[in-house]
Design a protein around this ligand. Structure first.
Ligand code: GUN
Length: 292
C-alpha cells in the first residue's frame, strides 16, 4: 500500500507557483490576487477560507477577504460580486459554500465573471469542462487529478466508482474520469443515496472516490484488493482528546481499508490539501489571462 501524500504533492505544486510568481514580480508584474467571500461564522468554512488565504500569502499571491454576517441580504452579496467582477486588480473570486438558507446559491455563483470563476462552479465553467474545453475545473476534482498524475496512477480502462453526485465534487469528478484525457478513460459509475447494491458496485471498482460526507462509510468489505481509494470526506467529529474538541474524519474506514489498497489518501493530509493547491493553480491561470 502506498499513501497518496497530499502534503508532499501540494507542496510541489505550491513551490512551482511560488517560483512563477517570483519571476513575474522580478519583471515588474503585479501579483495574482484572489478575492474570498465568507458569509456567517460556520467553523469549517472559517478554517477553509483562513487556510486559502494563508496559502496565497505563502506563495506570493495577494488576497482580500470579504466577510458578511449570517443575515446579510442577498443583494449586498450580489453588489459585491458585481464590483469584483469589473475590478481589474482581482483575478479570482471565490464564494465559500454553503451559504445561509435565505441566499440562493445559484444567483450568487451565476453572477461571478466566468473569467474569474476560480472555483469552477459557474455554468459556463461546468459546460466547458463537460465538453472537454479549457476551463476552470472545481478545485477538489482538479486536485485529485493532479494527485493521480503525480503518482502516475493508471486509469485507462479501469472501473471507477464515485460515491456522491454533488456539483462540487462527485459530478465533475465522474465527468473528468470518464473523459478521453490523461488520467481519464475510466468506466465510471456514479453512486448516491438511491443507489442499490452499492457494496457490489464498489467491489467491482479499481478506483473508488468517496465523496459523500459520512465518516468511515467505506469499509474494508466494500473494497477490492489493490484498489485505489480516494477519500474526499472531511467531517468534524467530536473528540474530547483534542484541544479543538473535534477531529477530522474521512469517508473511508482508513484503518481497515488501507492494507487492501494499492494507493490510498489519508485524512487529513490528502485531498483537502490538494483542493487548495488546485485553487491556487486556477487563480494563477486566471491571472495569466488577465495579464494579456
Ligand atoms: N465548500 C466546500 N468545498 C468548497 C470549495 O471547493 N469551494 C468553495 N467555495 N466552497 C466550498
Amino acid at each position: 500500500m502506498q499513501l497518496l501524500d497530499g502534503k508532499k504533492v501540494s507542496q510541489a505544486v505550491k513551490l512551482e507557483l511560488k517560483g512563477q510568481v517570483a519571476a513575474l514580480i522580478d519583471s515588474n508584474k503585479r501579483a495574482p490576487h484572489l478575492a474570498a467571500i465568507l458569509v456567517g461564522s460556520n467553523g469549517a468554512s472559517e478554517t477553509y477560507v483562513a487556510s486559502k488565504i494563508k496559502n496565497c500569502e505563502e506563495i506570493g499571491f495577494k488576497s482580500s477577504l470579504f466577510r458578511f454576517s449570517e443575515n446579510v441580504e442577498e443583494n449586498e452579496l450580489l453588489e459585491t460580486i458585481k464590483k469584483l467582477n469589473v475590478d481589474e486588480s482581482i483575478d479570482g473570486i471565490l464564494v465559500q459554500l454553503p451559504l445561509p438558507k435565505h441566499i440562493k446559491e445559484s444567483s450568487v455563483i451565476n453572477l461571478i465573471n466566468p473569467n474569474k470563476d476560480v472555483d469552477g462552479f459557474h455554468p459556463v465553467s461546468t459546460g466547458k469542462m463537460t465538453l472537454g474545453l479549457p476551463s476552470f475545473i472545481p478545485a477538489t476534482p482538479y486536485g485529485i487529478m493532479l494527485m493521480l498524475e503525480h503518482y502516475n496512477i493508471e486509469t485507462s480502462g479501469k472501473n471507477a466508482v464515485v460515491i456522491g453526485r454533488s456539483n462540487i465534487v462527485g459530478r465533475p469528478m465522474s465527468i473528468l474520469l470518464s473523459q478521453d484525457r490523461e488520467y481519464g478513460n475510466c468506466t465510471v459509475t456514479v453512486c448516491h443515496s438511491r443507489t442499490k447494491n452499492l457494496k457490489e458496485k464498489c467491489l467491482e471498482a479499481d478506483i473508488v472516490i468517496a465523496a459523500l460526507g459520512k465518516p468511515g462509510f467505506l469499509t474494508a468489505d466494500m473494497v477490492k484488493e489493490n484498489a485505489v481509494v480516494i477519500d474526499v470526506g472531511i467531517t468534524r467529529v467530536a473528540d474530547q482528546t483534542k484541544k479543538t474538541g473535534f477531529s477530522i474524519k474521512g469517508d473511508v474506514d482508513f484503518e481497515n481499508v488501507a492494507s487492501k489498497c494499492s494507493f490510498i489518501t489519508p485524512v487529513p493530509g490528502g485531498v483537502g490539501l490538494m483542493t487548495i493547491a488546485a485553487l491556487l493553480k486556477n487563480t494563477y491561470e486566471a491571472y495569466l489571462t488577465h495579464l494579456k
